[in-house]
Design a protein around this ligand. Structure first.
Ligand code: ZN
Length: 131
């Protein structure tokens, strides 16, 4: 299963209503984007809720990153598979559970309005694994 070598990738900021995005925006600066309009279509780029979802996710991430491998195993044993399957779908869940310590696991998570799981990619030895 997973090890605890987590990294949070900087993905910039994007509009949910048009193709506008700015990949240079850092997560540390998200606070300055709350309720800012999209330069292209004027939609709200980040609501207060979006920002709070982001903070919650960052906090969960920090907690997981600081777990020892033994604590991580314990957490994995205690999780309710049904909850995760409902969140990410059976196929993606099976992929996640099949990842070993040498794999690089990439999760895409959307924090717009609610925290939603988007996609999972697992690489081993630099190659995407067959699903
Ligand atoms: Zn827009």
């Amino acid at each position: 299963m997973m090890n605890n070598n987590f990294e949070m990738e900087e993905t910039g900021i994007r509009c949910d209503f048009c193709p506008w995005e700015d990949k240079s925006v850092k997560q540390a600066d998200y606070v300055n984007w709350i309720n800012k309009p999209c330069p292209k279509c004027g939609a709200n780029l980040m609501t207060q809720t979006d920002y709070e979802n982001h903070l919650n996710l960052m906090m969960a991430f920090e907690i997981m990153r600081n777990l020892t491998p033994a604590q991580m195993d314990e957490l994995i044993k205690k999780h309710n598979p049904e909850d995760l399957i409902q969140l990410m779908g059976k196929e993606q869940y099976d992929m996640l559970m099949s990842a070993d310590a040498d794999s690089k696991v990439s999760l895409k998570i959307d924090t717009h309005e609610k925290i939603a799981f988007i996609d999972i990619e697992i690489e081993k030895d630099g190659q995407p694994t067959e699903n």
